[in-house]
Ligand binder design. Structure first.
Ligand code: ACO
Length: 390
């Protein structure tokens, strides 16, 4: 079957017939037996590949959604637990409020809600999603959050994996999605940025606890004709030398070690947990205002676009002063800068899709608009993408 454009082929489903065990062709071409209807075998969805796959296509974002927790914590609320003030926080960062998970709320729940919004806007059914990319550093499960999101969304024909790249996670995930479409023939990919850094914040450290909030944002990236391609350029970097400036290190709980008579540790050797976020704010600030404009300029060059032609600048929402400095360097006027960190603080991998969803749903960003976006943060990692919306 062909789509309206004639370029996107809907691959055949399993070859099923009444009274016959259904068979599918795996990616390697092997014939696989599917589970009979009603069987609850784990992993049954591996027998539903989407073939044939076309490669070399374009990709574009066709839907977006977001979700935030219910609990709002204002700067004045924080001033009751650490020595700070609304004035200090808002002048130095631009942040006034943030949302934090409480009670039964989970990161998975936020990610699912955001993804549902993206699917709804894209008019894509969960069955038609090929891949769920979960960009997070704070999954509900150490082994990854994508599986829980896939399960809750009912994306039974998709597979999933997590990307851990802190505040650069969403940009890395977005670019990864386009590679699966261009190189692997995938058609519908959910990219979710979701983080709950509140779990790893030291709420007695005024230097960090004022900055972060929890949220999720999602986009649906879809295959399209190459001339409609919506990813115009990108540029990705990391520098592990900067890890010392921003981290939440896994640490061994020394008290739980048992040792033999000679003092040598015995099995079980160690039990680990993560320490709270440690940050040298000044170094991270300097790194961001130096490296982010360079990454955007490189992506613009690849796209063959001048910064004056960009409709919107949408940076990771870390600090309004960083956003202003990058915009000044790129000579992008403030009325073309998207910022919502006053309401949510730094939501790590969620910040870009959260701001994008608000700008699109609020009618600011319109079909055909060009957006320069960039993420930066722990790793250190940073990266940019020039995208055309819709
Ligand atoms: N309230 C009041 N005073 C404070 C607070 C506070 N919340 N925090 C620090 N101060 C004090 C300090 O103790 C210091 O006092 P002193 O001069 O007496 O020693 C003074 O204010 C200045 O502190 P600095 O840390 O130098 O303040 P700075 O202007 O650098 O602002 C900030 C700190 C807001 C953290 C800034 O450095 C920043 O935003 N950095 C970038 C962070 C970032 O972008 N992170 C992104 C990645 S996050 C990720 O990937 C997970």
């Amino acid at each position: 079957m062909a789509s309206a454009s004639g370029l996107v082929f809907r691959p055949p489903r399993c070859f099923t017939a009444r009274n016959f065990a259904p068979f599918c062709v795996s990616r390697s071409g092997l014939l696989l037996r599917c589970c009979a209807a009603g069987e609850q075998a784990l992993g049954a969805s591996i027998s539903k590949p989407r073939i044939p796959r076309l490669v070399g296509m374009g990709s574009k974002i066709v839907g977006c959604g977001s979700a935030v927790p219910n609990l709002l914590i204002s700067n004045d609320d924080l001033a009751q637990i650490v020595e700070t003030s609304d004035e200090w926080i808002s002048v130095r960062t631009g942040i006034r409020n943030r949302r934090v998970l409480t009670g039964d709320e989970t990161l998975t729940g936020l990610a699912v809600e955001a993804a549902k919004g993206a699917l709804q806007m894209a008019e894509v059914e969960s069955d038609d999603v090929d891949l769920v990319i979960m960009c997070t550093s704070t999954p509900d499960d150490l082994f990854g959050g994508g599986g829980q999101v896939q399960r809750e969304l009912g994306c039974k024909n998709a597979w999933t994996f997590d990307i851990t790249a802190a505040c650069s996670g969403f940009v890395v995930g977005l670019i990864t999605a386009t590679r699966f479409i261009k190189g692997g023939g995938y058609q519908n990919i959910l990219v979710i940025g979701a983080d709950a850094l509140s779990k790893y914040v030291d709420w007695t450290d005024r230097g960090t606890c004022i900055l972060f909030g929890d949220a999720a944002g999602a986009v649906l990236v879809q295959a399209c004709a190459s001339e409609e391609d919506g990813l115009l350029g990108f540029n990705l970097h990391s520098d592990g030398h900067g890890q010392r400036h921003l981290n939440a290190i896994a640490k061994d709980d020394k008290n739980e070690l048992t040792s033999n008579m000679n003092g040598a540790p015995l099995f079980p050797p160690r039990k680990s947990s993560y320490s709270c976020i440690q940050m040298n704010g000044k170094e991270v600030f300097r790194f961001a205002v130096r490296c982010v404009p360079q990454a955007i300029e490189a992506a613009l060059e690849e796209a063959g676009i001048a910064s004056s032609s960009i409709d919107w600048l949408l940076l990771h929402q870390a600090n309004q002063r960083i956003i202003d400095a990058v915009a000044t360097r790129l000579q992008i006027p403030s009325d073309r800068v998207i910022a919502n960190l006053a309401n949510y603080g730094n939501t790590s991998a969620a910040s870009i899709p959260l701001a994008l969803a608000e700008a699109v749903r609020g009618g600011r960003v319109k079909a055909g608009d060009t957006i320069a976006t960039a993420g930066f943060g722990a790793g250190l990692t940073w990266g940019s993408a020039i995208i055309r919306w819709g």
